[in-house]
Design a protein around this ligand. Structure first.
Ligand code: ADP
Length: 406
């Protein structure tokens, strides 16, 4: 099955085309949509990269560009058998991918207030793709779906009951596609069925989240109703005393929009040291920059606290799994996050940690009771696999949630 995967952001369109063997035929990114100098980077099956800078006025035009480009790269429109859309928030309704129809669109629209920075753009992409390719089946794959197995005592906030029942205020969790993908890969590496494994997965990229996975099912996760909660991130604050909001609102006389911006875009590593790219922060810290050193220490400390918490949640842990740009590449972070955790049976081998094989490696010391794995995530591939499962083209042996709604 030839599948186009679309990930539509407020000013970007990321895409990949997978063939029947799950090989990427084409991938690309259109950024700064709506600005005079939009940028389109793509790579076809010949592996040659292309860069174009030209105005792309809106998402409609971006998709039109893509559908014009594909035949030139050897993918005729009749070859596209399905379009899979990454959708950030599926609320409580979606436990699995869903074939898109008007009812599914309405459900996605209904939960959009919970993800105002993401879902409206996802919806725009879906509606335009349906308009341009009405004959091709389209499937939505939700970042929240993997975490729909959390028990109520883990997903509820200690707030008045009506806020949950009437307004959906609860933990949903995100990065579910990535947590699910690396959990499946970990099970393969360890040679055991996923439903017999307890894992702590750490997705550490620009956004960052952790999941406690008991017998293959997510039972807790660090992000909450929105991706703001939990770990310290590139520009997001993560866990914060809610009273800080009221205090800042009153003291700085700023409104909700400004506060939302401050906590999402100007906090985290950026707030502490002025930078959000981990490689830059590392370089500054190596040069003796005290605020960069503090950002790294805070970043690793928050992760270590969550590892401890998730050990308590799971009781027994088979493996820690690091993924995402930082989790896959920052050896110092993996070492620092696991330092002093020998009481949990975690020991990293420094040489293995320094240069883990790609795309997956074991970095635990010989005799470490808990395996420590580094696994490159592949969210696009996971979306493609879930789309196939949803359309009934492939049996997914790791499937453990209720059946696809379509
Ligand atoms: P996104 O969440 O946007 O998908 P990524 O998973 O690509 O982000 O992660 C981006 C982060 O990974 C950036 O902070 C980047 O600095 C960091 N990163 C990438 N390569 C390295 C590296 N070799 N060492 C440390 N950090 C890295």
């Amino acid at each position: 099955m030839t599948i186009l995967i679309l990930n539509v952001g407020s000013s970007s369109l990321k895409y990949s085309v997978f063939d029947a063997n799950h090989q990427v035929r084409v991938s690309g990114l259109i950024e700064r949509i709506g600005e005079p100098a939009s940028h389109h980077r793509y790579q076809g099956c010949d592996g040659i990269g292309h860069d174009l800078t030209a105005p792309v006025h809106d998402h409609d035009q971006a998709l039109q560009h893509l559908f014009d480009l594909l035949p030139r790269l050897g993918i005729a429109s009749h070859q596209l058998q399905c379009i899979g859309h990454r959708v950030v928030h599926g609320g409580e309704h979606f436990h699995e991918p869903a074939r898109i129809d008007s009812a599914v669109l309405a459900q996605i629209r209904q939960v959009s207030p919970l993800a105002p920075l993401h879902n409206p753009a996802n919806l725009l992409g879906i509606e335009q793709a349906m308009r341009l390719m009405p004959e091709v089946p389209q499937v939505a794959v939700f970042d929240t779906a993997f975490h729909q197995t959390l028990p109520d005592y883990a997903y509820r906030y200690a707030l008045p009951d009506a806020l949950y029942r009437q307004h959906g205020v609860r933990r949903y969790g995100f990065h579910g596609t990535s947590h699910r993908y690396v959990a499946k890969q970990a099970a393969q590496m360890l040679g055991q069925p996923l439903n017999r494994l307890n894992l702590i997965t750490l997705h550490l990229g620009n956004g960052a989240s952790m999941a406690a996975i008991a017998q293959g099912r997510s039972v807790d996760t660090s992000m909450g109703m929105t991706p703001l909660e939990g770990l310290m991130m590139g520009t997001r604050c993560g866990d914060l005393d809610p009273a800080v909001h009221f205090y800042l609102g009153r003291t700085l006389a700023i409104g909700n929009d400004e506060l939302e911006n401050l906590l999402n875009k100007a906090s985290g590593c950026k707030g502490i040291c002025g930078e959000n790219d981990m490689r830059t922060i590392q370089r500054l810290a190596d040069q003796g920059d005290a605020s960069a050193q503090l950002a790294l220490a805070m970043y690793a400390y928050r992760i270590k606290k969550y590892i401890g918490a998730y050990f308590a949640v799971l009781g027994h842990v088979d493996a820690l799994v690091f993924t995402g740009g930082i989790g896959e590449n920052a050896a110092w972070l993996r070492q620092q996050a696991c330092n002093g955790l020998s009481l949990f049976g975690i020991a990293i081998d420094p040489a293995r940690n320094a240069a883990p094989a790609k795309p997956q490696a074991r970095i635990g010391a010989d005799g470490s009771a808990v395996e420590v794995l580094v696994i490159a995530t592949d969210e696009e591939l996971e979306i493609a696999l879930q789309v196939e499962t949803c359309l009934g083209n492939a049996a997914d042996p790791m499937r453990h949630n209720p059946p696809c709604k379509d």
